[in-house]
Design a protein around this ligand. Structure first.
Ligand code: NAD
Ligand code: UGA
Length: 478
């Protein structure tokens, strides 16, 4: 089966970069990315590539090469479903907020809406690819919607048919383009060999055959949840060891290095930090917890849930520690927050550790000055659920103490140090590792602290600038 037209529903962090790379690698295929969100599509079509809705190193260059040639972004969902040979479903699958399974199960309403649209508008034979991360057995839900009587025939009374494949995405934000161009593996789960072959042929334009793995559809769905659960588990594991390091005088960087050199363990995902963020780890583990409970496996459910509990506890632990070091109170104290994205090289703030930590400090009455090279004031306000309220404070003049707990953002991080009692590094942006701590120290209020939750500062430079230092998992800085 030759694929000439691809439609991807969902122009988000997965749909946008994934389709850009497919378009770049497969010049003979027309790639149509569609989304309900008009403003997002407008940004994808912006002439100024700095305004793309997603910041991802290397992405704008690909969009510049392919957009308008074989890569198109639009809201023409119906039209593009009609002409597609293959449809990728890349919509969001957040955790359900209410009803059955609330707080754990995935909310499949967007996926279901896509399946219904496809069932209505597709023509002839179409391959449906689950690109979103989905609970095991979702393909069955999609199939039953597609097989419903109304989808037997199209408007011209021609019979239509479908194949459903699972093809989870393993890219990480910040390295998405590299992950897509040179993936560790491509996973395709399904039953129909012809459909599997058609999808494999697309990837095989740039990915060697031996990296394209075929499994049954349920293994593919479960492997995606499992991969994220294993990665997140490593982070909770090393963060828990970091706390022991702080209590005993050990250093988590040394412990990580020592265990990572064991080839059975490996060195990746052993960096202790402020706790994992991002839109997927927590959601996907909770999904696994829901699945385990559903199959009456409470011990398995508890095992995975503890990974999330440890992470949340760890985030709050960091804000508590800052308060303790600042003599037990941060009320009306200025704190410079360096980084708000959940990791470096992305503008994504979903589930960022910065959210819980900043909220705690605001609750304690601190005045935060937040800097992030890629996250703007509006996005911070949305993530915190709190408007920036410095201007209000200024209007109130002397009554500052009446409005305890506030935040504002700044463009130049050196501005955040003025009269600050502490600087707290939450995201490992490269520019924070080059901070001139002598300059920072002159601007800060003594005794001032640097809290480095990402291990990116040079401890000697900080100490030589007469600043007190706390590093994650470093028993010697306590
Ligand atoms: P996202 O929120 O950035 O994008 C999803 C897009 O789908 C949104 O723009 C939304 O408007 C659109 N959408 C929702 N319903 C629609 C509909 N019926 N028709 C048209 N458009 C619709 O989400 P994301 O981060 O790209 O994640 C998508 C999926 O991929 C999730 O299941 C996620 O778990 C998975 N995933 C994400 C990553 C990542 O790094 N973000 C990596 C691997 C897998
Ligand atoms: C993660 C996985 O790495 C991807 O394979 C997967 O496709 C994706 O989730 C998904 O399904 O959404 P992502 O969340 O984009 O990718 O980024 P990661 O690099 O995994 O980082 C996640 C969080 O863990 C970040 O907050 C990061 O700072 C933190 N982290 C990561 C650590 O604290 N220590 C580490 O050693 C590694």
């Amino acid at each position: 089966m030759e694929i000439k037209n691809i439609c991807c529903i969902g122009a988000g962090y997965v749909g946008g970069p994934t389709m850009s790379v497919i378009a770049d690698k497969c010049p003979n295929i027309q790639v149509e990315v569609v989304d309900l969100d008009e403003s997002r599509i407008k940004k994808w079509n912006d002439d100024d590539l700095d305004n793309l809705p997603i910041y991802e190193p290397g992405l704008s260059e690909i969009v510049a090469r392919c957009r308008g040639k074989n890569l198109h972004f639009s809201t023409l969902i119906k039209e593009k479903i009609k002409t597609a040979d293959i449809i990728f479903i890349s919509v969001n699958t957040p955790t359900k907020k209410k009803g059955l399974g609330a707080g754990k199960a995935s909310d499949l309403k967007y996926v279901e809406a896509c399946a219904r649209q496809v069932s209505k508008y597709a023509e002839n034979h179409t391959i449906i690819v689950e690109k979103s991360t989905l609970p095991v057995k979702t393909a069955e839900v999609i199939k039953s919607i597609l097989e419903a009587p109304q989808s037997y025939e199209n408007e011209n009374k021609k019979r239509k048919s479908f194949d459903v494949l699972s093809n989870p995405e393993f890219l990480a934000e910040g390295t998405a383009i590299n992950d897509l161009v040179d993936p560790d593996r491509i996973l395709i789960g399904g039953e129909n060999d012809k459909a599997i072959e058609a999808l494999s042929n697309i990837y095989n334009q740039w990915v060697p055959r031996n990296k394209i793995l075929h499994t049954n559809i349920w293994s593919s769905e479960l492997a995606k949840l499992t991969a994220n659960a294993f990665l997140a588990q490593r982070i909770s594991s090393i963060n828990s060891i970091g706390v022991i390091c702080e209590a005993t005088g050990a250093d988590v960087r040394e412990v990580s290095r020592a265990i990572g050199l064991d080839s059975r363990i490996g060195s990746k995902f052993l960096h202790s930090g402020p706790g994992f963020g991002g839109s997927c780890f927590k959601k996907d583990i909770l999904n696994l917890v829901y699945l385990s409970n559903y199959f009456n496996l409470p011990e398995v459910a508890n095992f995975w849930e503890s990974v999330v509990h440890l992470n949340t506890w760890h985030q709050h632990r960091i804000s508590e520690l800052v308060v303790k070091k600042l003599f037990g109170t941060v009320s009306n104290k200025k704190i410079s927050i360096l980084g708000f994205a959940f990791k470096a090289n992305t503008n994504d703030t979903r589930e960022s550790a910065a959210i819980n930590i900043c909220k705690d400090l605001i609750e304690e009455g601190a005045e935060l000055i937040i800097h992030d090279p890629k996250v703007n004031n509006r996005e911070i306000a949305l993530a915190l659920g709190i408007e920036s309220n410095f201007s209000q404070k200024k209007i109130n003049g002397n009554n500052v103490s009446e409005i305890e707990g506030s935040w504002n953002s700044c463009e130049d991080f050196y501005d955040s140090f003025h009269n600050a009692d502490a600087a707290l590094i939450l995201t490992e942006w490269q520019e924070y590792s080059n901070i001139d701590w002598q300059i920072a120290s002159q601007r800060m209020r003594s005794p001032a602290w640097v809290f480095d939750s990402r291990s990116i500062v040079d401890p000697n430079e900080v100490k030589n600038a007469n600043l007190k230092l706390w590093r994650i998992g470093d028993g010697s800085t306590l």
